[in-house]
Write a protein that binds this ligand. Structure first.
Ligand code: DAH
Length: 339
């Protein structure tokens, strides 16, 4: 009986030693120490022994049982430690690898241009004003002195949400919103997104940016408008850039003028981009129509003003020598990464 116990203990020790994971260990435990395990079977047969042998064998069996339990527990701890070590090894950071830096974003060329334009006006004492992209009919047309069904609205064809609510086709409504909120003097630039039902091509897009300007004060004249815009053009494109004013029509200005810039791509000599005229149209301007000033409650005997609106894309195209407006909106990284 004693030999049997010692042999069993040897086998069990070996089995515990060789178990590589918890599952194998559990099997070993069941085989040797389980309720129907081999040790229990031996213990049950102790009662068959002569009475004087029983205590010694019983004690030995208990000792074996305790030892095996201790070895099992010890092996569990060993396996756990090994697993943690392997885990650590797998997660080890190799600090000698060159880092993978985050991609650094940068400003879109259109926004960079717009910011430069705004900066020039900030330097001239203007402040920035903004209005909603979703406008109503009153601010878009009525307050800007558009008679109902006037053909000047044709070029402002836009997207309507209801008969009264639309995506603004120009930034001019911001003029009204600002003047409603404050008395003269007013000196603002209003940048923002505009929308029109234009067919997309190299120079048109349904969504585009404008920069609006408005100045209202006592004794303001057309000469101030010309002088201010000339300074702006030269700040933007250098001393050789000039502005050309030609008569135009806008309901909210009288007189009105189309603004053109020296084509800086050919230096005014004439090229494909400027249609061989040497000039590029960039927007409209004029003296604010007294009807508009009266609508917001300004004293038209005391105050006069001028306004302008220019396309930001046009300036960006000139600034970077880009000949297709669509490049600004396709999100093509090969294009954008050049700036
Ligand atoms: N809003 C006009 C347009 O988009 C441009 C314009 C013309 C703005 C004359 C003005 C202005 O402020 O005085 O066609």
């Amino acid at each position: 009986m004693e030999d049997k116990l010692r042999a069993l203990a040897d086998q069990a020790r070996q089995a515990i030693d060789q178990a590589d994971d918890n599952q194998q260990l559990e099997q070993v435990r069941i085989e040797y120490l389980g309720r129907q395990g081999r040790l229990r079977q031996i213990m049950q047969s102790i009662s068959d022994l002569p009475a004087q042998q029983r205590p010694a064998i019983g004690q030995l069996a208990n000792r074996v049982s305790r030892e095996l339990q201790r070895l099992l527990a010890q092996r569990v701890t060993e396996l756990e430690a090994a697993a943690t070590e392997a885990d650590k090894e797998a997660q080890k950071i190799d600090v000698t690898l060159p880092g993978r830096g985050p991609r650094v974003g940068k400003q879109h060329p259109l926004m960079a241009t717009l910011e430069e334009m705004i900066d020039i006006f900030l330097g001239l004492g203007f402040v920035v004003a903004e209005g909603p992209e979703v406008e109503n009919y009153y601010y878009s047309f009525e307050a800007l002195n558009y008679p109902e069904f006037h053909p000047a609205m044709d070029e402002q064809m836009t997207f309507y949400i209801t008969d009264d609510v639309l995506l603004r086709s120009q930034t001019s409504p911001v003029q009204i919103r600002v003047m409603e909120q404050q008395p003269p003097p007013v000196r603002i630039v209003a940048p923002g997104r505009c929308f029109r039902r234009d067919t997309v091509d190299a120079t048109h897009c349904h969504t585009f940016y404008q920069l609006e300007g408005l100045l209202v004060d006592e004794g303001v004249t057309f000469a101030d408008l010309k002088g201010t815009l000339e300074v702006f053009a030269r700040e933007m494109f250098g001393p050789d850039c000039h502005m050309r004013f030609r008569p135009d029509f806008f309901p909210f200005t009288e007189p009105s003028a189309e603004i053109a810039l020296t084509c800086i791509i050919c230096g005014g000599k004439g090229c494909r981009v400027c249609d061989y005229t040497g000039w590029l149209e960039v927007g409209g301007s004029g003296m604010v129509d007294p009807n508009v000033l009266a609508k917001v409650g300004y004293d038209t005997e005391k105050y006069t003003g001028w306004a302008f609106g220019v396309g930001v894309e046009r300036f960006a195209m000139l600034r970077y020598g880009i000949d297709d407006i669509r490049l600004f909106y396709t999100g093509d990284m090969r294009f954008l990464e050049q700036f």
